[in-house]
Write a protein that binds this ligand. Structure first.
Ligand code: LEU
Length: 465
């Protein structure tokens, strides 16, 4: 709860901090750059979960990895709590990318580790966990937004840091009391031989990265936009490499390979969905500030407050969907069918936002209810895709690559946001009808293709629901 509080509180004001003028207390970026940085930042946060999974499995064990991650995150928010401009922003991003990569995948796994296989409290445990995530995400934009936008950005970021600090204190004491000693040790510790392989590989990776940067510098094209482009290529290439490894590895059986093919279809769908969902904190955040009449029932609404709609609808819808799947039992749609339906809802959420622009023009300030409506629809999609994706990922994982498969789920978000970092720059009030329609059509067409693929994907999944 506290980690998500700090993350989504920070994100609710970060885009405004980046593009507000210096006299308004911001950094003076243009809006397109700010939206693009928001996206690549989000992408890197989930890309680094690969590193977090690895360090937990092989070096620190989950309990320590989560704690170290939380400390880095806290310092990341502290960096922004001082008025130190762009340099502080980049330091903060680096710390929070690494910290969240260490914390997020492992904390999810630790919830599973609280229960023995077959413990019937497991599902309730995950429900409480998801509730915590969304509770943190719900109150943060309200409080951090209020401090950050009404008083001072740095005060807002300080509250994010305090939230993470409180989380760390509780985790430290609660962990001593309730968590097993096993979680202090890696499950698959590095052997001396692995160490050599690892050093060689990471050196090669780092040198290659440095060479590309050097080349860009020599060509005179090392600037923020091109650096973001480079990172987005890496974020998209990483899952591609993983899929190639899974599909060609000798450790993967023929049946497992079929599962991986099925997962590829679901992965692409998920990446498109996350691209739209994550634009809530970039494109829709701009729409909230530029084109929404922020008065409602006599109340002044801060643009950051719209970020509450995502967790709010999740909390409202979750019991409904849980009851629905229970009631439908064996007759419920298959995972790929749920994904396909989700894509249609995701696309529809963008069609809704086109209506007021077509009706009133892009210069007008429209009712906040249009954004509420759009989020109400995209969150139906989230409930059709996010929890289902999580569970299907574990089920379709080849034995030899179980924990890497878990990271794949976060890589779908990372890939979606990497694409975002390039396309959100196209969003301007002048061409927003085309932008929203374009993204909506991609999602809807992909959803329809997904419907056609439901049968073949189900066949590939053979035996797995
Ligand atoms: N809203 C989700 C979270 O913060 C996104 C994640 C699953 C990529 O946990």
């Amino acid at each position: 709860m506290w980690e998500r509080f700090s993350y989504y509180g920070m994100r609710a004001i970060l885009i405004y901090y980046m593009y507000y003028s210096v006299t308004q207390g911001g950094l003076g970026f243009d809006q397109a750059t700010a939206a693009s940085v928001m996206s690549i930042y989000g992408s890197m946060v989930y890309l680094s979960s690969v590193l977090g999974g690895y360090l937990s499995d092989r070096v620190w064990g989950s309990r320590r990895t989560v704690f170290i991650g939380g400390v880095l995150i806290m310092f990341g928010h502290i960096a922004l709590s001082v008025p130190a401009g762009r340099i502080a922003l980049f330091i903060s991003i680096l710390l929070i990318v690494l910290g969240t990569g260490l914390l997020k995948p492992n904390v999810s796994e630790m919830v599973g580790g609280l229960y023995d296989a077959g413990d019937t409290r497991r599902d309730s445990g995950f429900t409480i966990f998801v509730f915590g995530i969304n509770l943190g995400s719900l109150v943060a934009p309200l409080l951090v937004g209020w401090l950050g936008l009404n008083y001072n950005f740095h005060l807002g970021f300080s509250l994010a840091a305090i939230g993470m600090f409180l989380g760390l204190v509780q985790y430290w004491y609660g962990g001593k009391k309730y968590l097993s000693k096993d979680s202090l040790y890696p499950t698959d510790p590095l052997e001396p031989g692995d160490m050599k392989k690892l050093t060689v590989r990471s050196t090669v990776g780092l040198v290659a990265f440095a060479l590309v940067i050097l080349l860009m510098f020599l060509l005179g094209s090392l600037n923020l936009n091109n650096f973001v482009l480079l990172l987005s290529v890496i974020a998209i290439a990483t899952p591609v490499v993983y899929f190639v490894i899974f599909l060609t590895s000798k450790k993967v059986t023929a049946t497992e390979r079929k599962h991986v093919w099925a997962y590829l279809g679901l992965f692409i769908a998920a990446a498109i969905f996350w691209a739209i969902e994550e634009q809530g904190s970039s494109v829709l955040a701009l729409f909230a500030a530029n084109q929404t009449n922020n008065h409602f029932l006599g109340m002044h609404i801060l643009p950051s407050w719209y970020q509450m709609l995502n967790p709010l609808f999740i909390l409202i819808y979750t019991p409904f969907f849980a009851a629905l799947w229970n009631r439908l039992g064996k007759n419920q749609p298959s995972s790929p069918a749920k994904f396909a339906t989700g894509m249609l809802f995701a696309g529809a959420s963008y069609l809704i936002i086109v209506i007021p622009v077509v009706m009133f023009g892009s210069g007008a300030k429209v009712s906040p209810l249009w954004l509420v409506g759009s989020w109400a629809v995209v969150e139906i999609a989230e409930l059709l895709i996010s929890p289902i994706g999580l569970s299907v990922t574990t089920k379709l994982a080849p034995k030899a690559f179980q924990s890497q498969m878990m990271s794949m789920w976060f890589l779908a978000d990372a890939a979606g946001q990497a694409v975002n970092s390039q396309i959100v720059k196209l969003y301007t009030p002048e061409n927003e009808v085309g932008y929203f329609m374009g993204v909506a059509i991609v999602a809807i067409v992909a959803g329809l293709i997904m419907f056609v693929l439901v049968k073949p994907i189900k066949n590939l999944m053979a035996g797995i629901k």
